[in-house]
Design a protein around this ligand. Sequence first.
Ligand SMILES: N[C@@H](CCC[C@H](N)C(=O)O)C(=O)O
Length: 293
Amino acid sequence: MGTNLNFTKGHGTGNDFVLFADPDGHMELSTEQIRAVCDRKFGVGGDGIIRAVRSANIAAGAAALAEDNHAEWFMDYWNADGSVSEMCGNGIRVYTRFLLDNGLATLAVGDTLAIGTRAGVRDVQRNATGYQVDLGRWRLDGGEPLVRVKNLSIARPGLGINLGNPHVVVALADDEELESADLTFIPQLEPEAADGANVELVVPHEPLVVNGVGRIRMRVHERGSGETLSCGTGAAAAALATRHWAGPGAPNQWRVEVPGGVLGVRMFPTEDGEHVSLSGPADLVFDGVLALG
Ligand SMILES: N[C@@H](CCC[C@H](N)C(=O)O)C(=O)O
């Protein structure tokens, strides 16, 4: 007899996910099942799947529990192709909304909810327009590989940035270039990234800074999912790379336009180094039941 999956479809600026609750950790999906659920023609469709499981009931949650006993819930994130990712910036906002709407957690404005992820514990807060997540300490990582994107004439240097998951950010000249990039093909990196990478193409607005806020546009090719309408950790990586290129005096607050909407990024000092936060909406669209093959 097949198993039924009770799911919720949600998205953050068009980066869409299939979420389901499995508090006791009994329902790990196979790679084939994840691909089938995320298939936009034959399944529900999504850029990834998020399983809501108590940290105590999943091996990958051990790290989260060790780091912070208050991370009751673990975000078990899978890309549409069945690969795991360490972190998802849009996903964690949508996941928080899912926990709250299903009575699995509470979060008053001004309070913080700790969520376990494969990248460690991440703190989420509610704000006026949605949710804000502290993505933790970022680092330059992955060097400056050459990036070849289909339809763009020459290879460009990228900048590797790690936010728990790997990113390579590439600056383009203008909106025309940004629109002409064909992201139905995986951008080629030289040298290749050992664990793959999410690739962000970025164009600065003119002027770059208005009222102390930096402004960029971005498109993204996500590892394991293809081109998506948005990527939260990607938006943070894009803002960090642009600030790096802009040099001293560049702002610590950024507005990142993605095809699915707008995200906010802020860099701030902490005792353990500079952190970066991401803010944006989190929407739940519909519930359903799917018969798993
Ligand atoms: N869309 C996410 C990132 C999802 C994971 C990514 N594809 C990876 O493999 O690292 C985000 O909003 O951050």
